[in-house]
Design a protein around this ligand. Structure first.
Ligand code: ATP
Ligand code: MN
Length: 424
């Protein structure tokens, strides 16, 4: 019987093979039955003995641990592929033959979906988007108790709709993904490196000093390929394309404390814009899909590039410090959570070689399926509601406006801005 299936990720600094040899592997599971943190331990009594080795799978105490009758889970004896019980399997009879994709479609209790999906009989890859087959298309990633439900297929269709706009901000740079095989409220994996069996639409990029190749997405089909992996968020590096060591943009992350009104974040973005533009930089604003706003400045990497991430980060920090010094009652640059009350944290730490920020138009794994929406500065004003921008609304809103249309022409050499900043 196929008792469970899904994904797992090691939670150790050691390679998994080494952890197994040591007899103790910490892992996170995102299965259909088993979820959350677990630890696989080789049993002591077996260490000296030869022959059969027993392993114990122990649940970590976390939000997926359900205290009580642990055997209850084991009594769930239905196959995740066919829904048949052990008794039905032993009795024989009709069984389902097919690839896992088809089995998923054949599951008796298919989840409700918001758009009619093509029937399996129509075409071989009727669940394909841009030629990429989507397995488990009905899987709810943002379940319906948080507004409109969004399925894995909806995610792929969304990325198809906005992919051409997004891809220029992602291509040529390592891109981490947040994978949520079972959707909102279930375990997630922040994945930096390439998956084991990689789609031909994805790129493995080797970065100096990093032992394992990073995941890179260079074309829209690659976005669909990561949707197939249930990647609900995309977090690229901020380097110049194909130049991991060259700063390609700065991202200023405005993080309001709990009790700060969103209008205050709007004011902060406008203030920061004024400061950066006064230094000769062009600025662009986006919602994060979360609590704050990002202000982004594209950089031009000249041939004799002398500005690296150390300089870029020091510059970003210095701009934030100056802003906080002018209005210390509103802004701060210290990480300390306790000091944040009533203020906005100016986070310059996205500006480093391996640091990431959520990509424009990336969805967020939060209630309502919000996205990080690129805005026209005219939209950045009182009453701006970041929750308006969702997987459902963003494609239409993007087509109606033309946010960031001058982004390509907006790149400026950081060295000039640093000179102005120093002489100010
Ligand atoms: P908000 O407006 O709610 O602050 P945000 O995108 O600015 O949204 P977070 O979601 O807190 O903030 O993410 C902070 C940063 O950390 C992001 O730039 C992201 O790239 C990175 N990040 C997110 N999740 C992880 C993770 N699991 N491991 C490492 N880095 C992460
Ligand atoms: Mn933030």
């Amino acid at each position: 019987m196929l008792w469970d299936r899904g994904y797992w990720l090691p939670q150790d600094n050691r390679p998994a093979s080494q952890a197994l040899r040591d007899g103790e592997l910490k892992l996170v599971l995102a299965g259909e039955k088993l979820e959350g943190g677990w630890i696989l331990v080789r049993m002591q009594s077996d260490r000296e003995q030869r022959g059969r080795i027993n392993w114990l799978l122990i649940k970590h105490r976390d939000q997926w641990a359900r205290p009580g009758d642990a055997d209850a889970l084991l009594r769930k004896d239905r196959s995740v592929a066919t829904g048949r019980t052990m008794r039905q399997i032993t009795a024989g009879g009709e069984r389902y033959h097919g690839s896992p994709d088809h089995v998923a479609n054949a599951l008796p209790a298919a989840a409700p979906h918001s758009r009619p999906l093509p029937q399996r009989s129509q075409a071989k890859h009727s669940n394909a988007v841009l030629g990429v087959a989507i397995s488990n298309p009905h899987k709810l990633l943002w379940p319906e108790d948080h507004g409109d439900p969004v399925t894995k297929f909806d995610l792929a269709r969304y990325l198809e709709a906005v992919g051409a706009w997004m891809i220029g901000h992602i291509a040529g740079r390592p891109c981490s993904i947040v994978r949520a095989p079972n959707g909102l409220g279930h375990p997630t994996f922040f994945q930096r490196h390439v998956p084991v069996r990689m789609s031909r639409h994805l790129v493995a990029t080797q970065v100096a000093d990093e032992p394992k190749p990073y995941l890179q997405i260079d074309k829209v089909e690659g976005l669909i390929a990561v949707a197939q992996l249930a990647a609900v968020e995309l977090h690229p590096w901020n380097c110049a394309p194909q130049r991991p060591d060259a700063p390609g943009r700065l991202v200023f992350d405005l993080d309001p404390a709990e009790n700060v009104a969103f209008d205050e974040v709007v004011t902060a973005a406008l203030t920061l814009r004024e400061r950066l533009e006064a230094l000769g930089l062009r600025t662009f604003c986006k919602t994060t899909g979360g609590k704050g706003l990002h202000v982004v400045t594209p950089l031009r990497a000249d041939k004799r590039q002398t500005i690296g991430w150390d300089e870029a980060k020091a510059f970003a920090r210095s701009v934030c410090v100056a802003m906080a010094q002018d209005q210390p009652d509103r802004y701060l640059v210290k990480m300390t959570k306790r000091l944040r009350t009533g203020r906005i944290f100016l986070d310059y730490l996205r500006n480093d070689r391996t640091a990431t920020a959520v990509a424009p138009l990336s969805p967020r794994l939060r209630p309502g399926a919000p996205v990080s929406m690129p805005l026209d500065w005219r939209q950045v004003r009182r009453g701006l509601d970041p929750l308006r921008f969702t997987i459902r609304t963003a494609p239409r809103l993007l087509a109606r406006g033309s946010p960031w249309s001058d982004y390509g022409d907006g790149a400026r050499p950081l060295v000039d801005a640093i000179k102005r900043h120093m002489s100010a």
